[in-house]
Every structure is written in C-alpha cells, then in structure tokens.
Write a protein that binds this ligand. Structure first.
Ligand code: SAM
Length: 221
C-alpha cells in the first residue's frame, strides 16, 4: 500500500475508534451528537454506501429508546451504531447481510468492540417469485421486532427493499416502526406506497438537510 493511502487508512481508523469511544461513554438512552456521527461516518469511509447523518441520528434516537429487538436489513455503520446505543439496555439487534465479505467486515468491527448484543446474520438473497429478498434464519429470529432499520438489499435487487413486509411482516407487532432510508428515490417512494396499500401502515417522509427517509408504523385498529 502506498504511503498516502496508508496514512489515510490510519487516520480513518483513528476517527472511527475515537467516535466509537465517545458513543460508548454516553449514558444509556442518550443519542450521539451530529459531530460525533460525522466523525463516525468519516472513519467508516464507505462513500456512497453509508447512511447520511440525518438518517443515522434518527436510527440512533429510535434504537436508544425502543423496547424490543431490532431488525436491520443491510449491515454497515448503522449496525455498529445501534450496537453501541443499545448495549447497556440489553436490546438485541439482528442484522441481515447478503454479501459474505461485507458481512465479515462488519462482524469483525462488532467483535473488536465487544458488541455481543448484535447478531450479524449472513442471509443470501433468494427469489420469492415476484421479488428477491434475504433468506433470514427465521427459526433463530424473534417474533416481535419493535424497530426495523431498512437500508438494504441494494437497489439493483429485483423488487429492491419491498420483500421486508411480505417476508417479515408477521413479526412486526402493533406500534412497531420501520425506518426506510433513501425516500428521495422514486423506487423507495413506490415501495412505501405499496406497503401502505397492502399492509395499512401509517407513513411519513422526513426531509432532513442531508437525507430523506420514511417512518412507517403499524397502528392498532
Ligand atoms: C446502503 S448499504 C447499507 C449500509 C448501512 N446501513 C450503513 O449505513 O452503513 C446496503 C448494502 O450495500 C452493500 N454495500 C455496502 N458497502 C458497499 C460497497 N462499498 N460496495 C458495494 N456494496 C456495498 C452491502 O451489502 C449492504 O448491505
């Protein structure tokens, strides 16, 4: 590796470690400030594939207060962030990831930081007829996720993120919430509309400075 690239890698690792330590020091239930999240993203250095700060802030805020287990679709820095803000409250995070090398990378960061409350589940994509989606380890997943953080599978997948509700909808109880990233894209807007029509979810699009995302919730009748 060239010297410049090595120096950049060293700096990113320093930033990531610094941000992780700052988040770890927060009292249970407290959410990292934007500056810490900016440092976390810079240290993760996965341009183009990482959630933007407004979405990360909402993910941290919801994860820090949700009561039940969390389901994540598409692993990354969001997985590490949720592991940090939920650890003291013993809330479990189950993160589905189809890409073996990416899964390994995320798992190694979780391990290095003793985030044992996070289960990184290697879940290949499979065909469900009309759409492709993860094949989750259903027998080892809870039945009552109170929060879903939906940032995968990648947009090139047949049906995109649509498969979440057909495959996992029965495990999302009343008052559970789905955070859907990237609702500035027509594909995610169409998925939101379809979920709303087919599953009667309440929905709202939040237009932050850096990100647009959907908040969908299952209400009682
Ligand atoms: C938008 S990313 C999810 C990122 C995660 N929620 C975060 O904020 O870090 C969705 C999927 O893209 C894939 N991915 C992540 N980084 C990638 C990269 N650098 N190149 C190609 N695919 C990537 C992974 O399979 C991941 O599950």
């Amino acid at each position: 590796m060239r010297l410049k690239a090595k120096a950049r890698q060293f700096l990113n690792e320093y930033k990531l470690g610094h941000a992780i330590r700052a988040i770890r020091r927060l009292p249970a239930g407290e959410v990292p400030d934007r500056q810490t999240l900016i440092e976390l993203v810079a240290g993760w250095s996965n341009d183009g594939f990482v959630a933007r700060v407004d979405y990360l802030h909402e993910v941290a805020r919801r994860a820090a207060t949700t009561e039940g287990p969390i389901l994540e679709c598409g692993s990354g820095i969001t997985t590490v962030l949720m592991g940090l803000v939920t650890k003291e409250r013993h809330v479990k995070v189950y993160s589905l990831e189809h890409h073996p090398e990416w899964h390994q990378k995320v798992e190694s960061v979780l391990k290095r930081n003793q985030l044992t409350n996070v289960h990184a589940c290697l879940s290949p994509l499979r065909n469900y007829g009309e759409f492709d989606w993860y094949e989750p380890p259903l027998e080892s997943l809870p039945n009552n996720f109170t929060l879903v953080v939906c940032d995968g599978p990648p947009g090139s997948t047949k049906g995109g993120r649509y498969g979440l509700l057909p495959v996992m909808g029965s495990r999302l109880p009343i008052n559970s919430v789905i955070l859907l990233d990237d609702t500035d894209r027509p594909e995610e807007q169409a998925i939101m509309k379809r979920w709303k029509t087919e599953s009667g979810l309440q929905d709202e699009i939040v237009n932050g400075q850096s990100a647009a995302f959907g908040v969908l919730s299952r209400r009682g009748s």
